[in-house]
Design a protein around this ligand. Structure first.
Ligand SMILES: C[S@@+](CC[C@H](N)C(=O)[O-])C[C@H]1O[C@@H](n2cnc3c(N)ncnc32)[C@H](O)[C@@H]1O
Length: 397
């Protein structure tokens, strides 16, 4: 209880509760698995049920209330009447998307843990990590739902690179990109590389994935993860999202997994509900449009552009896609199969709702550069930076 209270009092918008939890628990190796799980559950329950708690009570008592709410909801979600559900999110959320009881209710459930097994280890991972079951759609050939209690980050199979912990909606992004072995892709907002590694796996290690991000520390994490996963067909490079791309390379496909307000992750990460600001939505929509605009010159005729955001606000999803389509007639919609409904008619835009998928909320749109469009030269073509052109020495290709 004391550790959970300490995390709650320390959590701020810049030091999020999930980061504090990870740091706190990894430092206290003497804690049993059950104690660690209890602390995590208590902290997340507090933020999930925050607007139901009696703030006049000491923090410890509020934690008890939050845990009781979680238990009650797990037994019967209908115990929370629809008219109380607006308490699950800050009031401004209703201005940026249409609130439905289904979405709000989904935010109160404890999230599903999804794994992405590396294809060569699928059988071993499936039989070793129990209970675990395949995703509900054949489009996800290596996705597994894990309902066990083990600390997966410390598991030998994880350390051996046999699987990644990756949300199912994030896996849908890679499936929709559908990069082919031998192609060259650019993961423009690669962060810690969750999708870079997936693209590399889908390409069976053949071809190349450029992974850029503006945060060097994230790219460092990507290198660690890639090392563990035995992923060598990538090159990482700093890029701040500006008009000058990090390379002259013309790509078969570009993924812009853009920074966003993250409303789609509020089920998994309830602290973020109370630290996100409504201005984030409008400000990040501008960043997203700029990022899309700035990668266009790096895509070959016939090449793909995939836009993904783990948010659900109108301004960051359909409005960005509409603005891009209006500004870039040299791109046409590129319909793809919905991985959650592979037999449905293909679509070029998809909103994934947590209550329908069991994963995070996500918006994905795809375009293809028209083959009759004149190939533009990336604005960086005259002078590639030394940094961009330097081989990634951590990458023993
Ligand atoms: C949604 S996260 C990417 C997650 C990552 N693709 C993954 O699957 O693990 C967005 C990333 O965009 C990066 N970012 C934010 N603003 C940027 C900008 N202006 N240019 C380039 N990257 C940016 C952030 O550092 C963050 O890593």
């Amino acid at each position: 209880m004391e550790l959970a209270e300490r995390i709650l009092t320390k959590a701020t918008p810049t030091i999020p509760a999930d980061l504090l939890l990870r740091q706190t628990l990894s430092r206290r190796k003497q804690l049993s698995r059950a104690d660690s799980a209890w602390i995590s559950r208590a902290v997340f329950s507090y933020f999930r049920w925050r607007q139901w708690l009696d703030e006049s009570l000491p923090l410890a008592a509020q934690l008890e209330q939050a845990l009781a709410k979680s238990d009650d909801f797990a037994i019967n979600p209908a115990n929370i009447p629809d008219d109380e559900l607006v308490r699950t999110v800050p009031a401004w959320t209703g201005e940026v998307l249409t609130l439905t009881p289904e979405w709000l209710r989904s935010l109160q459930a404890e999230p599903v843990l999804w794994l992405r097994a590396r294809a060569a280890f699928l059988t071993e991972v499936t039989s070793t990590l129990t209970p675990c079951e395949a995703a509900p759609s054949p489009a996800f050939t290596t996705a597994l739902r894990y309902d066990g209690q083990e600390d997966l980050f410390r598991h030998d199979l994880f350390q051996a690179g046999a699987f990644e912990i990756q949300d199912l909606a994030s896996q849908a992004v890679g499936v929709i990109c559908a990069p082919q072995p031998g192609e060259t892709w650019w993961d423009a907002c690669a962060g810690e590389g969750g999708k870079t590694l997936h693209l590399s796996d889908l390409m069976e290690g053949k071809g190349l994935v450029w992974a850029s991000d503006r945060a060097e520390w994230r790219l460092q994490r990507l290198k660690q993860r890639a090392g563990r996963a035995g992923c060598f067909n990538y090159r990482s490079v700093l890029w701040n999202g500006g008009a000058k791309p990090p390379t002259k390379t013309i790509f078969d496909g570009v993924l812009v997994d853009a920074p966003c307000s993250g409303l789609g992750t509020w089920g998994r990460n309830p602290h973020a509900r109370w630290t996100a600001r409504p201005e984030d939505v409008s400000e990040l929509a501008v960043v997203q449009k700029d990022l899309l605009h700035h990668v266009t010159g790096s895509i070959r005729p016939g090449g793909k552009l995939v836009y993904a955001v783990c948010t659900l606000s109108r301004a960051e999803t359909v409005e960005v896609a509409d603005a891009f389509a209006a500004a870039h007639p040299e791109f046409e919609p590129c319909p793809f199969a919905n991985p959650f409904a592979p037999t449905a008619a293909p679509t070029d835009r998809l909103t994934l709702w947590p209550q329908e998928t069991g994963g995070n909320g996500m918006f994905i749109a795809a375009w293809r550069r028209r083959t009759d469009a004149v190939a533009t030269t990336p604005e960086s073509s005259e002078a590639p930076t030394a940094e961009a052109e330097a081989p990634d020495t951590s990458n023993p290709s």
